[in-house]
Every structure is written in structure tokens, then in C-alpha cells.
Design a protein around this ligand. Structure first.
Ligand code: 6PG
Length: 468
């Protein structure tokens, strides 16, 4: 008997994903060049789980039912191309390759085009939820050939996370739509992570919150409208004991403040800029990882400048302001990410349905949050909503929380506590909701030095002035 599903790349993600497939009653065959990983997977085969693996790509391909459904969970980049090349001699027309990694979307477009010539279907399917998600139910964001989706749909719907019984997976659009959506998911992820970390800084510095109090506060927030995976894990991180027992302090206090990145957040910022869609809450999150990486420079610069002594805010009051500010800036960050998706959909022909995307983000993925149910509703009501901030479902939520953001941004500026994500969210909000911005002056300057012309408020047409 041949196998329903094939998976290449038996690292943590791949192994967990294939076990998830097998748990759901599909027979699954794995491939990896590492004998140990193959053996470890073979050991999982038992009466309930029809699972096998091989280091031979030929054996792997032969073992699969046609059309073959082969998922790659290998690092993004050249490895994807080389795995595809090694597979090709063993495939038949109509077979399906699914790239489950964080591939750059133009790579996916190129691969799809090349494979189409051989009548092989290709999907770029972002998988979110980390190792645990892959094992127990990730959010899956597939894009590619619509006609071929019916072959993988039953497997994906079975393995995906469920939100009130609905699977967190849906066909999103043609070509690289799936990878693009996953890229923006990660951009939002960067934004939310930055926000949760700067609020932690504020609570510590202005409110002297202990790690236990931080845990209690974030846990309490997670019970309310800020309910989200990131707030939840953050609350747990605060009270994690040092597993090396080197310090009395909790583990978090011993972790270097030097953030790494694999690139997806940066790609979101870069591509948003190419599309002309502002995402400052995401941009600054990328910038902060960059600044954090300059640890030795920061340490040297710190010695050159004094900072004002931090004023203190009453703990209860501070927690209240912070909850509101965080809620406001979470909304703004999702708004920016979704705005990019709407524009990318037009530019790249993805035909995205934003409500479907919000829906499949409600569970399984890293940015899952209670807010996504409200976002889904907002876009279900109006699929052409230009921006979440103008949704009738959101205006009151924003009005009720923006003033706390103002208060904290002002406090942060005065007390030299950087609140970059919060500040940029507020700036974005104030600018996006202003009829009149001072950019009339920029137009005048451009015309002054470069005859670049300008438009007028009071008369149609294009004008140029011989400036004195
Ligand atoms: C997910 C994550 C995941 C990503 C990590 C690391 O949705 O499960 O987004 O795909 O690889 O978050 O990203 P950085 O190394 O860039 O922080």
C-alpha cells in the first residue's frame, strides 16, 4: 500500500508535522539524508500510525500514492531548490510539491513557474505555530494552484489548529499568496513582540514591577481583550527559573538583550515600502532588533550621556494605562499588516480575502489573539475595508484606548524610556486620521528646487511656480 503524504526534512518542524499527519489517520512517509532522523521516525511506526521513512529519495518517491503530495520543511533558500531538483526525476505529471518554509515570495513564484512547465503543482504554504504547533495543530497558509488544492485540503484541514471547530487553513490565492501572507504574519509578529517587550521595560522602570508581578499582570491581561499567544507565553517567561542555576534572578534577567532575526519581518517592511504602504510599527520592530544587536556600541554610548531619573507611577494605574496602550497598539499593528496584504493582493493578483486570513490566524499561529475574532468580523462585514482603523467595529475600541497610549508615549519621552512600537503606532494613527498634514510644504519645497509641480486644494490641475 502506498502512502498518502510525503515529507522531506525531518528536523523538529518536519518530524512534528508528519507525526501530526499520521495522528490524523493518514499514512505518511518521511525523507531526510540524516540516517538518525530517519530511524527516529521509523520508530514511531506502530499499529495506529502507518509511518515510514528513508534516506533514499527514490524509495521515498516510489512509496507515495499519485498524485504525490510532498511537503518540504527545509530551511528557506537554496536548499529548497536543490531538494526540488533531486525530487524531479522521480515525479510524475500532476504531483504536488508544498514548500512549508518561510520562503521569499518571489522565489516561490519562480519555482511555481518552472514546475508548471513539467505539470507539477507547487504550493508555498506558510506554517505557523512553532514546533508545538506543527505537532498539535498549526495555522497553515497555502497558496498556489487552486485546482490541485482539493488533493491536499483534507490532510491540511485535519492537521491544522481548530478555532471553534473550524480548521485554521484555507486556500488563500494563486502563486506566492501563501508565502506572502506568512511573511506579513511574521511582520505583525515582530510588531507585537516589540510592543510586549517595551511595555515590560516600562512596567519595570516606572512601576518597579517584580518578575512575579509582571507574570501576574500579563496573565491577567491574557484573560481579557489582550488574550493572545504572545501575551500568554510572555507571562510564563517572567517566572521561568534559571535552568543552569547560575543566578538567583529568573532566567529572563540573564538573557542577553541582543535579538536575532531570520528576515521575514524585514522583508515585510521592505516590501511594504515597495508597495507604498506604511507599516511603521513593524519597521521599528525590525530597527529595534538591529539596535539591540549593537550591544557593545550601545554600552559605550551609554557612558557618554546621562538620563533623567525615572518618575514613578502607581502600579495599579500604570498597569491600567499599559493594558490600554497595548490594546491600542496591537490593533494598529494588525491594521498595518492587513493594509499591506490588501495592497499586495491588487499588485500581485493574489485575490486575497482578508476575512479568511484573519479567520485562519485565530488559532495555531504565533499571532493568534482574541482580537482576530473581531478583525474577522470587521472584514466579513466589509471585505473592501481600506484599513481596520476605519471599521465601525473598531472606532470605539480605538477611541477608548488611544489616550493611554498618548500618556505613556509622553511619559516615556520625558523619562528616556524608549517606547518605539507604541510611539510609532500613535504617530501612524495621528497621521492616518488627519485630513491635513504639513506635506503641502514638502510639495512646495520640491517645486521650489526641482520644478516638480504641485496640486492645489482650490483649483484642479498641476501647477508650477517661479519661486522668489
Ligand atoms: C511562526 C514563526 C516562525 C519564525 C520564527 C523566527 O509563525 O511559527 O513566525 O516561522 O521562523 O518566529 O523568526 P525570526 O528568527 O525572524 O525572529
Amino acid at each position: 500500500d502506498k502512502y498518502d503524504f510525503g515529507l522531506i526534512g525531518l528536523g523538529v518542524m518536519g518530524r512534528n508535522f508528519i507525526l501530526n499527519v499520521a495522528d490524523n489517520g493518514f499514512s505518511a512517509f518521511g525523507h531526510d539524508l540524516d540516517q538518525e532522523k530517519v530511524d527516529a521516525l521509523k520508530d514511531e511506526g506502530d499499529k495506529e500510525h502507518k509511518i515510514d521513512a528513508s534516506t533514499s529519495i527514490k524509495t521515498f518517491a516510489k512509496a507515495l500514492k499519485q498524485p504525490r503530495k510532498i511537503m518540504l520543511l527545509v530551511p528557506a533558500g537554496k536548499i529548497v531548490d536543490s531538494v526540488i531538483q533531486s525530487l524531479l526525476p522521480h515525479l510524475d505529471r500532476g504531483d504536488i510539491i508544498i514548500d512549508g518554509g518561510n520562503s521569499f515570495f518571489t522565489d516561490t513564484d519562480r519555482r511555481e513557474e518552472e514546475l508548471q512547465k513539467r505539470a507539477i503543482h507547487f504550493f508555498g504554504a506558510g506554517v505557523s505555530g512553532g514546533a508545538k504547533g506543527a505537532r498539535l495543530g498549526p495555522s497553515i497558509m497555502p497558496g498556489g494552484s487552486k485546482s490541485a488544492y482539493s488533493h491536499i485540503k483534507p490532510i491540511f484541514e485535519a492537521v491544522a489548529a481548530k478555532y471553534e471547530g473550524e480548521p485554521c487553513v484555507a486556500y488563500l490565492g494563486p502563486k506566492s499568496a501563501g508565502n506572502y501572507v506568512k511573511m506579513v504574519h511574521n511582520g505583525i509578529e515582530y510588531g507585537l513582540m516589540q510592543l510586549t517587550s517595551e511595555i515590560y521595560d516600562l512596567l519595570k522602570k516606572a512601576g518597579d514591577f517584580s518578575n512575579q508581578e509582571l507574570h501576574d499582570t500579563y496573565s491577567q491581561w491574557n484573560e481579557g481583550r489582550l488574550q493572545s499567544f504572545l501575551v500568554e507565553i510572555t507571562s510564563k517567561i517572567f517566572v521561568q527559573k534559571d535552568d543552569l542555576n547560575l543566578s538567583e534572578l529568573g532566567l529572563l534577567d540573564q538573557i542577553k538583550d541582543k535579538a536575532k532575526q531570520k528576515g521575514t519581518g524585514k522583508w515585510t517592511s521592505q516590501n511594504a515600502m515597495d508597495l507604498g504602504i506604511p507599516v511603521p510599527s513593524i519597521d521599528i520592530a525590525v530597527n529595534m532588533r538591529e539596535i539591540s544587536a549593537l550591544l557593545s556600541e550601545r554600552t559605550a554610548a551609554d557612558k557618554l550621556y546621562d538620563r533623567p531619573e525615572t518618575e514613578k507611577i502607581d502600579k495599579t494605574k500604570l498597569a491600567e494605562l499599559a493594558e490600554e496602550a497595548l490594546y491600542f497598539s496591537f490593533i494598529v499593528t494588525y491594521a498595518q499588516g492587513l493594509h499591506v496584504l490588501a495592497e499586495a493582493s491588487k499588485e500581485y493578483g493574489y485575490q486575497l480575502d482578508i476575512s479568511v486570513i484573519a479567520k485562519i490566524w485565530r488559532a495555531g499561529c504565533i499571532i493568534r489573539a482574541g482580537l482576530l475574532a473581531d478583525i474577522t468580523e470587521a472584514f466579513e462585514k466589509d471585505g473592501d475595508l481600506p484599513n481596520l482603523l476605519v471599521s465601525p467595529n473598531f472606532v470605539e475600541k480605538v477611541k477608548g484606548s488611544v489616550n493611554s497610549a498618548r500618556e505613556l508615549v509622553a511619559f516615556g519621552a520625558k523619562n528616556a524610556i524608549p517606547l518605539p512600537g507604541l510611539s510609532n503606532s500613535l504617530i501612524y494613527f495621528d497621521a492616518y486620521t488627519s485630513t491635513r498634514l504639513p506635506l503641502n510644504l514638502i510639495q512646495a519645497q520640491r517645486d521650489y528646487f526641482g520644478s516638480h509641480t504641485y496640486e492645489r486644494l482650490d483649483k484642479e490641475g498641476v501647477f508650477h511656480t517661479e519661486w522668489d
